[in-house]
Write a protein that binds this ligand. Sequence first.
Ligand code: 6PG
Length: 466
Amino acid sequence: MYDFGLVGLGVMGRNFILNVADNGFTAYGYDLDKEKVNSLKDEGGDLEKVDASTNIKTFVKSLKQPRKIMLLVPAGKIVDSVIESLLPYIDKGDIIIDGGNSFFTDTDRRESELQNRAINFFGAGVSGGAKGARRGPSIMPGGSKSAYEHIKPIFEAVAAKYEGEPCVAYLGPKSAGNYVKMVHNGIEYGLMQLTSEIYDILKKGGDYTNDELHSTFAKWNSGRLQSFLVEITSEIFEQKDDLTDGRLVDQILDKAKQKGTGKWTSQNAMDLGIPVPSIDVAVSMRELSALKDERVKADALYGRPKVAHMDKEKLAELSEKALYFSFIITYAQGLHQLADASKEYGYKLDISVIAKIWRAGCIIRAGLLADITEAFKADASLPNLLLSPNFVNKVEETVGAARELVAFGAINGIPLPGLSNSLIYFDAYTSSRLPLNLIQAQRDYFGSHTYERLDKEGIFHTEWDE
Ligand code: 6PG
């Protein structure tokens, strides 16, 4: 009998199951594709440790009870059909874990349907890509707390470690895990957009070569910007192209694809009424990038300013600060959304625990997350990172550079929407008085929508045009 079952032996599934086996647990895989089953058996080596089958009954009956069955299959209908096919064979008390990027309301629906049959269901976001699945991902599980005790030892063993601590923790009931992973991805979109803008400005404003970009990002990665995304960005600039004499990055079509998790983050933030403009614009930029043909036509129609040259070192210094500033703002927005969603959906999230399990393994892992963890440990009810005394100096020291770069981009026709939106968010969030009093006046003027006053309690209406 095997400790752990895994459905879906694609790259992620195969890597995850081998990781489980490396950590002292026995594991059994299931896939309809015979080739995938055979290649797992070959790679696993010892069938007593890792085995697999194309037969679902054999698969289920090979697992110890309560069975722990993880699904690593594409989000959507496939998850429902895999659950359907497991149901005739599994027993009360068994645990199904969806490790994909499922939409959180789907997880809630599945959890309540399975609860009626006394089956435990977990939505557990897994981050870190194929390498992470093999060597240690960050795992974000949500579901029944008591059932988590059965999967905890396995997840803690396979997860990435940060200073010895596993990057996994029980996050909350129902879809808490999927929701946290969705916002992780929204932040990921934001950080990626910001990195691409800094690349653009270094290249256009400072004539940085790929080698210089490589060394600049590498240097940043050994400082306060240390993060997985900055690290891989530095490596990307070095990659030679097989088909030309140049670098691969220069040959890649500038149309960014997306699978939807960033968009869901933005959409749900709108539903909650929480502003996440650095994430919103990252989604919009992927959409704008897809309009390549129209962009090419428009480029021919309009002139653009000749880009002024900025001193290379000065530009690097401003860029490092602006990137650090806007990374902080992007995490602040995502975590603000999580804090609000926690109240709205009853997740009871502990933001310091989330920041803690993002410190290693996941795509948005960054040195900054250690500071974020401390900020939320010091004040668990912190509504926004910008209100943490620990962050005031970090932001004050870098916001000026963001202003200079955003202005440089605006004057020189270099689009910096992520940086601009981060700066706008900061300026608006830190303004005790915004001009939205005028909007209230306009609403009341044309629609009698009423307004409140600064100096008096109550709801007021004025007949403006009398
Ligand atoms: C992760 C990633 C992963 C996501 C990819 C692609 O945490 O490992 O977030 O889950 O699927 O990053 O996402 P897009 O195709 O939407 O860019």
